[in-house]
Write a protein that binds this ligand. Sequence first.
Ligand code: C2O
Ligand code: CU
Ligand code: CU
Length: 494
Amino acid sequence: MINRRKFLAGAAASGLTMPFLLKASLAAESGRPLPIPSVVSLDGAGNSIDAIYGSHSFLANGKTRTMGYGQDYLGPVLRMKRGQTSKINVGNKTNNPITAHWHGLHVPGKVDGGPQLAFGPGETWSPELDIDQPAATLWYHSHVHGQTADQVYAGLAGMIIIDDPGAGSEGLPDTYGVDDIPLIVQDKAFNDDASLLYVKRGPSLMHGFRAEKILVNGAIRPTASVPSGLVRFRLLNASNARIYTFRFEDNRSFHQVASDGGLLGAPSKMSSLVLAPAERAEIIVDFSDGKAARLVSLPDANNPMGGGMMGGMMSRMMGGDTGEPEPVTSNDEFEIMSFDVDQQKQGAVQTLPTTFASAPKPLFDEPVRRRRFELNMHTSGGGMMGNMGINDKPMSMERIDERVRLGETEIWEVFANEMEHPFHIHGTSFQVLSHNGVPVDMATTGLKDVFLVNGIAELLVQFNKPADEQTPYMYHCHILEHEDAGMMGQFTVA
Ligand code: C2O
Ligand code: CU
Ligand code: CU
């Protein structure tokens, strides 16, 4: 907002017509070609990525200081193969402790990269990861307690793709960067000098930090050139707090083929898709008619002060809220990115498969126990400005909250009041049994590791990797400001 006002004043003073200048400024900032992250395949030894400070050109008017794994901003896509051991050296060339948490990976607590595994400047962490799960789109990010929101916002995050050589491509498009394209969606705000704007107080703490510029793979509202045919997008919501409701502006339908834990049993047809922070969805979009398309999203109404006009107004009055992206449709939807079809390029896949034989099925037994997790915006210890927490306890690195038995099946009941919270569990994928008493069909959700809870959810979980007291797993809200404020707990599996 401030940028635009200054800009208009400048345009008027210089005597140029404003429409020309505004258009030029928007063109410089958005509409760049979609960056395709480089890929690092973790087979064999010797792969290293260092967490570094970078300088990245998001805006036309200056460089932004950022963080990244092995590059200026974000990290490469890490590809790992089922049945193999992935070795990686993560160095820390920053001035603060960092971690590399493998979000969605079924690995023991001692290599999970959670808060207990933070390592300092100058140090290197070299975990060995035994890949033992179906093909899926996962991600990695820093996870230092109290600093996760800041570090992920600065850029310490990237995508992971698990390949399953035994299952093959299942008839899906799989040429990376051509018809199999990662889309890492985030929102950011910038100061006038192009530095990142970030606040973690007032409404930005209460509903989580949400900002007015939309980035995909580190570029503001980019444009991708796609072949004529079916194209697979691996969507990752790597935003701190924003919940997207994606739709194509021309209302074309598309098919979801995978969620957090891997493939669905069959493609699921839809025309809009909700994606909460940390969730992933693989979708197949048909571009065979050659028509360009634009992906848009509804604004995020997740607000403890109520959604809509009142909530928005209250939240702006309290300060620390940078506002919503500029709407581009009559439904107030804003733009994520756009797609042009390259008619010279014929897509490799023209027909959608009907089922996926290798889709994960929950082979869980009868549940032997129920646990309750109540997500609290305030805990009783700290008064009005008290910490957030779970079961009235703010996160403590010194306390183990739950002890789970290896291989036992349980039901975790998660309660979220006041607003919606994306609840995440480390070390496994779970099945969603019900949401507010209504059964949830696994055919539509697949296996999950994050579920957006609004009321009461029942999750069927089983842990097959150990996590000891020194390196426990976490469960938490994936609105990163909530997580950092204490809405997290630790558990062992033995
Ligand atoms: Cu995305 Cu505890 O993690
Ligand atoms: Cu995780
Ligand atoms: Cu939350």
